[in-house]
Write a protein that binds this ligand. Sequence first.
Ligand code: GUN
Length: 282
Amino acid sequence: MAQLIDGKKISAEIKDELKEKVKELKEKGITVTLAVIQVGNDSASTVYVGNKKKACEYIGIESLAYELPEETTEQELLELVESLNAKEEVNGILVQLPLPKHIDEDKVIRTISPDKDVDGFHPESVGRLSIGQPGFVSCTPAGIIQLLKRSGIAIDGKECVIIGRSNIVGKPMGMLLLRENGTVTICHSHTPDLKAVAKRADILVVAIGKAKFVDASYVKEGATVIDVGMDRDENGKLCGDVDFDSVKEIAGAITPVPGGVGPMTIAMLMNNCVASVLEGNE
Ligand code: GUN
């Protein structure tokens, strides 16, 4: 049976470390403030935003909540983002996605100041990551690097295969693993013989959004398998992109769903909020 990579435990450790840092900052009279904007009332977004607010409260980060109606215009949202860019006391700005269809998401993301882009979605943040400059990094792939490092899994010199090429997970994951000196392959729907490529991996990251897609036949014996999926199985039960029961028998280490990658995303968002203050104060 594979080593279980416990995202719940590791994310709790990170949040406790951040809580300590925020306390130290407070003693110096410095507060950390995150503005969270939600437009409309998509139920999944409401849950995510609620969890982000709870994490802020736990760590001691001030959160400013902007709950805007569905019919908010693009112009109104852009003006709010611009006003938050201008507020010195706001360190991070998060616009919860998806936005209603009448609002251009790209335009909104591009309007957030790269200095406050705690999601790491701004083209400048993405560009900085790709050329090795400091900047905010997308939270889920940043969390996966922490899971690996804190579980004692080496990346340097390893064969890393990512299944999925999204802007939020697959592509930044590739950049981060490359930064850690991994040899990186990103696979997608046009990859011939996906199974053969996946089987080369020492570290296999799966982010395709298909329930239990990767079974033991995709995995090399002893490989580390990271499951980014949040899917529902045939009985409506939460599961990942990896068929956990079969893969755990062959992998060397594996993340469960839930309790693997999921809790790391918020921990890294909190980390980015604290980093946004530390940059100018250390
Ligand atoms: N919607 C789902 N996940 C995310 C996220 O990480 N950030 C934002 N802004 N919206 C999301």
